[in-house]
Write a protein that binds this ligand. Structure first.
Ligand code: T5A
Length: 217
C-alpha cells in the first residue's frame, strides 16, 4: 500500500492548553502531509468548537461574556458537544469518507480536560455524553502539546485580549493539563510533545512522531 493510501481517511488531532502552539503545529503537520505526497485539496483543517456555520455560532456563545448571566458548566459542556456533532457529521466524516486527511485543532479530549478536569464535571458523565453524541468515532492519531499553563497563557496574552475561558484561574488549567496527561498515557495512538521548546524543536519533535506513526500503519 502506498503512503498516500495509508494516510487517506485519517483524522489527526492536535490538543493542548491555550498558547501551546496548536495553530502553529497544524502548519507543520500540513507541510509534512504534503511532503508525503498528499495534495493540498485532500487536506482538511477543522477547529473546535467551530468549523461549520452553526458550530461557529456556538463557539461565539462559549467565548462571549454576558453581564448578569453565567454560562452554566453543563450548558458549556453540551454546547461543546452540539458543536462537535455538527462538525463531525457535516465536515469531518464526509471528508474522511472522501479519502481526505483531516487535521483537527482540538477534539474530544478538550471537553474531558476543560469541562472534566477544569470545571470538575464527572468524566464518566462526559464519556457517556460523548458515546451518545458520537458513538465510537475518534481520532486516528493525537498529538498533545504539553505546556505549563503560565507559559501558554503568556503566549496567548501576547496575541491579544484573553477570552472568558482564558481568564480563569491557573488552577483550572493545571487540572485540565492533568487530564490531558492521563489521556495521553492511556491512548496508544497518541503522543505528548514538550511545547515549551523553540519553534524548531517543536516542529522536529512533531515530524519525528508523525514519521513513527506512519511507519506503524
Ligand atoms: N474548549 C474547547 C473547551 O473548553 N472544551 C472543548 O471541548 C473545546 C473543543 C477554544 C477555547 O474553548 C475551550 C478551550 C479554549 O479556551 P481556541 O481559540 O480554539 O479556543 O483555542 P486556544 O487554545 O485558545 O488557541 P490559541 O490560539 O491560544 O492556542 P494555540 O493554537 O495552541 O497557539 P498558537 O499556535 O496560536 O500560538 C500562540 C502564540 O504562541 C506563539 C505563537 O507564535 C503565537 O503567538 N508560539 C510560540 N512561541 C514560542 N515558542 C514556540 N514553540 C511557540 N509556538 C507558538
Amino acid at each position: 500500500m502506498s503512503v498516500q493510501q495509508k494516510l487517506a481517511g485519517k483524522f489527526i488531532v492536535i490538543e493542548g492548553l491555550e498558547g501551546a502552539g496548536k495553530s502553529t503545529a497544524i502548519q507543520y503537520i500540513k507541510n509534512w502531509l504534503m511532503e508525503q505526497g498528499i495534495v493540498q485539496e485532500k487536506i482538511a483543517l477543522t477547529r473546535e468548537p467551530g468549523g461549520t456555520v452553526l458550530a461557529e455560532r456556538m463557539r461565539d456563545i462559549v467565548k462571549m461574556d454576558v453581564e448578569d448571566e453565567q454560562l452554566a458548566d453543563k450548558a458549556e459542556l453540551l454546547i461543546m458537544y452540539a458543536a462537535r456533532v455538527q462538525l463531525v457529521e457535516h465536515k469531518i466524516k464526509p471528508a474522511l469518507n472522501a479519502g481526505d486527511v483531516v487535521i483537527g485543532d482540538r477534539h474530544n479530549w478538550s471537553s474531558l480536560a476543560y469541562q472534566g478536569g477544569g470545571r470538575g464535571i464527572d468524566l464518566q458523565l462526559i464519556n457517556d455524553i460523548k458515546q451518545v453524541a458520537l458513538g465510537n468515532f475518534k481520532a486516528d492519531f493525537t498529538l498533545f502539546l504539553d505546556i505549563e499553563p503560565e507559559l501558554g497563557l503568556a503566549r496567548a496574552r501576547g496575541r491579544g485580549e484573553l477570552d472568558r475561558i482564558e481568564r480563569l484561574a491557573i488552577d483550572f488549567f493545571n487540572r485540565s493539563r492533568a487530564v490531558f496527561k492521563q489521556l495521553v498515557t492511556n491512548e496508544k495512538n497518541a503522543v505528548s510533545i514538550d511545547a515549551s521548546l523553540s519553534f524548531e524543536q517543536v516542529e522536529s519533535a512533531i515530524i519525528q512522531q508523525l514519521d513513527a506513526w506512519l511507519a506503524s500503519l
